[in-house]
Design a binder for this molecule. Structure first.
Ligand code: ZN
Ligand code: ZN
Length: 413
């Protein structure tokens, strides 16, 4: 039992390093890890050296120490970004260090901390590391987000289980949705998965659909127009140096941007949506010329409304993502309370901002030109699931030809 866990953890580490980060000989990757995640981080270090890394850096944090700092350090500490930390970030950029991090920190970690203090620090650290975040978003070097469970997350997912038992259940779930079985073939399975995804992206890009029509028995009847020159993305991305990497593990989606002003009809949710820990469930949204003009939720309508009302752009869609109903994450039947997993459970849409890269050359456009190209802008981005076992999606080409994209919840090709 313990031995099989070790084997799976090692296979998971190899997946994150060889496929996620795709470390190249001579590179110096940096791993951001909390001390809780040390067993996985150490295996990742080994895997990086196995790939020929020149050096491997681990940026350790410790949840206990972090909490003490927020509770007890002097105010001034949160008002300036230390110069040594800024120098370190600059060094990581200069040396093009690939970056691996793990989602899954304790949601209660900063409970009771003065929110003003956290906000000040977020602003100060955000401003000081702006160039670094921009470089990552622009894929200047490879990056990958994996996950490491903590007891609070595990117990939230498995309310009937406590401590170790909940952690074991969460590990089982993570391994299964990441296609880790302990047979050492996780990397091979992922390479196949990435190839299938790339082939579907290519097919969709060749069709260059003008619109997609969604229908299912819940009552979804929605038409989504796509921008001219839209691009379907998914699976692996490429760094500016041309090194492929997978930014999220797991990932199942193929996505693009809708025309922000080209959505009409009604869509029904297929799964509960977690909004900062609050659930909205069994809801529909009605669209007219892109804007959400009406919505209703059987549970948590007030949370859904307040999220949609965050800003004007939040009333429009920014993402269309295709995920087969028969996908590892939905097949677990679990709600992970974590976007990294939950957004990969089924076909989803997002209200709020679009990814500029979803239109050819979009990331080089000004904000105004991005909007003209059809890309929505907002400070919000909320993914919600719409894929059901009977969802059909029909693509409409420029000349009106209709092509089945999804039949009975799964890809038609
Ligand atoms: Zn998505
Ligand atoms: Zn999204």
């Amino acid at each position: 039992m313990v031995e099989s866990f070790e084997r799976k953890l090692r296979e998971f580490a190899r997946l994150l390093v060889e496929v996620g980060l795709n470390v190249q000989p001579g590179q110096t990757p940096v791993i951001m890890a909390s001390t809780e995640a040390a067993p996985l981080a150490r295996l990742c270090v080994e895997a990086c050296y196995d790939c020929g890394a020149k050096d491997v850096l681990v940026d350790w944090s410790d949840d206990f120490v972090t909490r003490q700092k927020y509770l007890r350090a002097e105010d001034a500490v949160f008002q300036t970004y230390p110069s040594y930390a800024a120098a370190k970030t600059a060094w990581l950029m200069e040396n093009g260090c690939p970056r691996l991090s793990f989602a899954g920190s304790d949601p209660e970690l900063l409970k009771g901390v003065d929110p003003a203090r956290m906000q000040t620090w977020r602003r100060v650290a955000g401003a000081a590391t702006k160039e670094y975040s921009k470089a990552l978003k622009a894929n200047r070097y490879q990056w990958c987000v994996g996950s490491y469970p903590c007891p609070a997350w595990a117990e939230k997912m498995f309310p009937g289980k406590k401590g170790e038992e909940a952690m074991d259940a969460l590990w089982d779930a993570i391994f299964s949705v990441c296609r880790i079985t302990g047979d050492g073939e996780g990397v091979t399975r992922w390479k196949e998965h990435i190839e299938t995804t790339a082939r579907r992206c290519e097919t969709l890009n060749q069709y260059a659909f003008k619109a997609l029509r969604y229908r299912n028995s819940l009552g979804t009847d929605l038409e989504i127009q796509l921008p001219e020159n839209h691009v379907w993305l998914g699976g692996s991305e490429c760094s500016t140096a041309g090194i492929p990497f997978v930014a999220n593990i797991p990932t199942e989606e193929i996505f693009t941007a809708p025309r922000w002003d080209g959505v009409n009809g009604r869509v029904y949710s297929a799964m509960p949506l977690s909004l900062g820990g609050n659930l909205a469930d069994r809801f529909w949204m009605e669209f007219k010329d892109g804007r959400i003009v009406d919505l209703h939720a059987e549970q948590g309508e007030e949370h859904l409304r307040s999220s949609v009302d965050l800003d004007e752009g939040s009333h429009y869609l920014g993402e269309v993502a295709l995920v087969p109903y028969d996908s590892p994450i939905r097949n677990t039947g679990l709600l992970f309370w974590n976007t990294l997993f939950d957004e990969n459970a089924s076909c989803h849409l997002a209200f709020g901002s679009a990814y500029p890269t979803c239109v050819r050359g979009g990331d080089a456009l000004s904000d105004a030109d991005q909007k003209k190209a059809g890309l929505n802008q907002s400070i919000n981005h909320v993914d919600f699931m719409v894929g059901t076992a009977d969802l059909s999606i029909t693509g409409v080409q420029a000349d009106g030809t209709e092509v089945p994209v999804f039949v009975d919840g799964n890809f038609a090709f």
